[in-house]
Design a protein around this ligand. Structure first.
Ligand SMILES: Nc1ncnc2c1ncn2[C@@H]1O[C@H](COP(=O)(O)OP(=O)(O)OP(=O)(O)O)[C@@H](O)[C@H]1O
Ligand SMILES: [Mg+2]
Length: 265
C-alpha cells in the first residue's frame, strides 16, 4: 500500500477536491483505495465525496477509544453510492466529523501514535489488499500535518498562483528538505498548482512565469500539473471523474495526470 498525501501550506487550495477526485480515478482504474480525512479541525472530504448517509464512526470517535472502535465500522464503503457503484476497485472513506464534538481527549503524541498504528494496520490489511491510501492533510505547521509527513510515502504539495501560497510553499519546502536530508524523512513530493485561472494578457503570463520559476528555483522540481480553475467545481464541490461536463475536460485530465503519477510510484 502506498500512502499518498495532499498537502498545502495555505487553505482553500483545492486540496480536498483533488484528494477526492484522484482517489476516485484510482478506484475507477481497478485499484483498491482508502481515502482518509486528516484535516480533522476543518474536515470536508465527506461532502466532496457526496456521502448522503450518516457515517457510523468517525476518526474522532476512533481517536477517543481505538481499542473499543471497530475498524470495519470506521472504514465507510463509498460504493454504496450510485456514482461509485460500478467502480472496479474498492473505494472507502475514513471520514472526519464536521460537527463540534467533545474534544478528542488525547495529546498530540497519542493522536500521532494512534494514526500511525491505524495506517500500519491498513498497510497490513489482506482482504481487501489496499493499493492506495490517500490522505487529505491539514494545512500549515500543525501537529496533524507533521503526522502526515511521518506516515506518507509521497506528498503532493498543492499551491495556487498567489504570492501567499507560493512563498508558503517555498518555505514549507525548506522544512521538507531539512527533514529529508538531516532527519532521514523518507518521502518524495511533487508540486501541483491548483485552481489556475485562465491567462488573458501579458501581465498575467509574466506573473505565472515568475511563480513557476520561483517554484523551480527553490524546490528543484518542475510543476507536475496545473489544475485549471473549473466553472463547475467553483459552484459544486464534487467528484467530476466519470462525468462528462462540457468544457471541463481539462480539469478531469489534470486529476488523471496525478492518478497516473500515483500509479508510477
Ligand atoms: N480546480 C478548481 N477550480 C475551481 N474551483 C475549485 C477547484 N478546486 C476546488 N475548487 C473549489 O474551491 C473551494 C475550495 O476547495 P477545497 O475545499 O478542495 O480546498 P481545500 O484546500 O481543501 O480547502 P480547506 O483549506 O478549506 O480545506 C471549493 O469551493 C471547491 O469547490
Ligand atoms: Mg479541505
Amino acid at each position: 500500500m502506498k500512502v499518498i498525501s495532499f498537502y498545502s501550506f495555505k487553505g482553500g487550495t483545492g486540496r480536498t477536491t483533488a484528494t477526492a477526485n484522484v482517489a476516485a480515478e484510482l478506484a475507477r482504474r481497478n485499484k483498491n483505495v482508502v481515502v482518509v480525512d486528516l484535516d480533522i479541525e476543518g474536515p470536508g472530504l465527506e461532502i466532496v465525496l457526496g456521502v448522503k448517509e450518516k457515517i457510523p464512526l468517525y476518526i474522532q470517535d476512533y481517536l477517543k477509544d481505538p481499542a473499543e472502535a471497530n475498524l470495519k465500522t470506521l472504514i465507510y464503503d463509498l460504493k454504496r453510492a450510485q456514482q461509485f457503484r460500478r467502480y472496479r476497485g474498492s473505494f472507502c472513506l475514513i471520514a472526519a466529523n464536521l460537527e463540534v464534538q467533545s474534544p478528542v481527549d488525547a495529546t498530540s503524541d497519542i493522536v500521532h501514535t494512534i494514526i500511525s498504528d491505524l495506517i500500519r494496520t491498513l498497510r497490513q490489511s489482506a482482504t481487501p489488499r489496499i493499493d492506495y491510501c490517500l490522505i487529505d492533510s491539514q494545512s500549515g505547521y500543525g501537529d496533524l500535518a507533521a503526522t502526515v509527513l511521518d506516515i506518507s510515502d509521497h506528498l503532493f504539495l498543492l499551491t495556487k498562483f498567489s504570492r501567499q501560497h507560493i512563498i508558503g510553499t517555498v518555505v514549507y519546502h525548506e522544512l521538507l528538505h531539512h527533514l529529508m536530508t538531516k532527519r532521514n524523512l523518507e518521502l518524495d513530493f511533487d508540486v501541483v498548482v491548483s485552481v489556475v485561472p485562465e491567462i488573458t494578457n501579458k501581465t498575467e503570463k509574466k506573473l505565472r512565469d515568475e511563480y513557476i520559476s520561483l517554484i523551480h528555483k527553490n524546490t528543484h522540481r518542475d510543476v507536475l500539473i496545473e489544475i485549471p480553475d473549473s466553472r463547475s467545481l467553483k459552484w459544486r464541490e464534487e467528484v467530476v471523474i466519470g462525468k462528462s461536463l462540457p468544457g471541463e475536460g481539462d480539469v478531469t485530465k489534470a486529476f488523471r495526470v496525478i492518478a497516473q503519477r500515483c500509479m508510477a510510484l
